[in-house]
Design a protein around this ligand. Structure first.
Ligand SMILES: [Cu+2]
Length: 191
């Protein structure tokens, strides 16, 4: 009996030693694990499965310029996650019965905005910026005041008939006072 107890104690000691060794080995392997992690994290972005999971088109940081009523504009960064160009042909929002896709052009030294012929083209695997002084979603007749933080739903329609729905946030913006100047391009053809 006594001998067996001694043996048991010896086994326990051996097991304890083995555990410590195992812990030491694990912590020693950690740098390898950390090195492997970024590779594993970046891998999904290039796999077909992840590409299928990503929405074909999206918009990041969408916002609407605050206004009492009348005209305003919505901005954001359009993102194309596909291998083909995507064209946005129209926009809609309950905030404004009439919405146009606008660009800002230099007309004899004066920046004016006008409907963008053909809509917004988002290049394959690229982005298209909508920003003050550039392309924007023009709200022609805002029906209610847009305050900072307001949540405004929008729907953009793509050339193929698909839609992109998003919510833009009301945001104060002092600049971007482009003159609205109906030009020759201003007709019913795109309405
Ligand atoms: Cu405009």
């Amino acid at each position: 009996m006594i001998v067996r107890r001694v043996l048991s104690a010896g086994l326990l000691a051996a097991l304890a030693t083995a555990s410590v060794s195992a812990c030491g080995a694990q912590s020693g392997e950690q740098p390898v694990g950390k090195a492997a992690a970024p590779a594993a994290a970046s891998a999904p972005a290039t796999t077909p499965a992840a590409a299928d999971a990503a929405p074909p088109v999206a918009i990041t940081d969408p916002w609407v310029k605050t206004t009492k009523k009348g005209m305003s504009a919505a901005f954001g960064t359009l993102v194309n996650n596909t291998d083909s160009d995507i064209t946005v042909v129209s926009g809609a929002s309950p905030l404004s019965p009439k919405i146009e896709l606008h660009e800002v052009v230099d007309a004899k030294g004066k920046m004016v905005m006008r409907p963008k012929e053909g809509g917004f083209v988002i290049p394959a695997r690229g982005t298209h910026q909508l920003q003050p002084g550039g392309d924007h979603i023009m709200l022609m007749g805002v029906t209610e005041e847009v305050k900072p933080g307001a949540q405004i739903p929008f729907t953009l329609t793509l050339k193929g008939g698909e839609t992109l729905e998003f919510t833009a946030v009301g945001k104060d913006f002092a600049g971007g006072k482009e003159d609205y100047q109906p030009g020759k391009d201003m007709n019913k053809s795109h309405g």
